[in-house]
Design a protein around this ligand. Sequence first.
Ligand code: PHB
Length: 396
Amino acid sequence: MRHNRLASALSAVAIVAAGAGSAAAQDSKQDTVKIGLVMPMTGTLGPAGQEAVAGAKLYMAQHGDTVAGKKIELIVRDDGTVPDVGKRLAQELIVNDKVQFLGAGTTPTALSMAPIVTEGKVPGVIMISGTSVATERSPYYVRTTFTLGQQSGIIADWATKNGSKKAVMVMSDWAPGAEAAKVFEASFTKGGGQVLDTIKVPLANPDFAPYLQRARDLQPDTLFVFVPASQAGVFARQFAERGLDKSGIKLVGPGDIVDDNDLPASGDALLGVVTAGFYSADHQSAMNKKYVADYAAATGGKRANFISVGGWDGMHLIYEALKKTNGNTNLDAVMAAMKGMSWESPRGPVSIDPQTRDIVQNVYIRKVEKKADGQPWAVEFATFEAVKDPLHPATN
Ligand code: PHB
């Protein structure tokens, strides 16, 4: 049994290598560039996959489907939020569809398909995962999203500078939550604060109420919370139902807890909450105003959120790399084009760190306020420029 599994794993790698070889040989002759996205379109993180794909498709709608003389074909595969399925889909996209680029989604699948990206010698653009370690799992991964660490240290500093002394951390129990908590605790403690407890909430179908009660019973002055995209709405409701919005305990976190997708329906529950995030639909720039308007028009009125810009910027990175290489999809040429690239995103200025292949971007401190339209928005009031991920060994 064990031998069989090993044998099939080895032949799978061989198939990938052969497929990539022939795809590379055809590079210069091909008129079409295929981009395969492996996304959770269904399952626990289904909404995140749908948002990233909506962002990617919007980019193509705005910029056309031809770049450097090549026709761009987007292929979307649903991993169902199951990492093993994502790994198989990535392999099929390379071997059967002969894609020249892969797009990776949430952390568990981004990690499971990393060896396929490496063996297949295909550039992989991370369009959701916010876990620092993901980009280190393949030399061909480049991230256009964010890391939790990028935001969590900054909000910890803000909290201690604004009077927080005792915090409880409530976090979704998987890799990005662990990183958010690790970086928050380090900075909060350095700033003179104390973390009373870390409360872990299961990722799938979470019921936050009992965990919030436990947190409240510890009588902190500050609650640091990480919940992933698509769970901020449920969280906000249960937070208000428990009366925590009126308890005097300060709620802080990375941008995920005030996800623009969920803010419009959150009523007053999150008013006054301060977060450190890289994207707000309220970001004041001409490019973002157009992005938010076009996204709403393309999605039946949804508010653009932080996950969607990862997909939009992922496509931008691929388009601009192809422009630089004159349509050549050779791995080394594409990687060289991507490393160090900088551009204006709807979130503000961004670049790709040539050393870590991770995104460098502004992190904004934002407060949820009701604006003239009567809806809550995360309003930016301070900017930390060109922030790198704090957890990469190369950054420290
Ligand atoms: C991730 O896959 O790492 C991820 C997804 C959604 C989030 C944060 C992190 O909100």
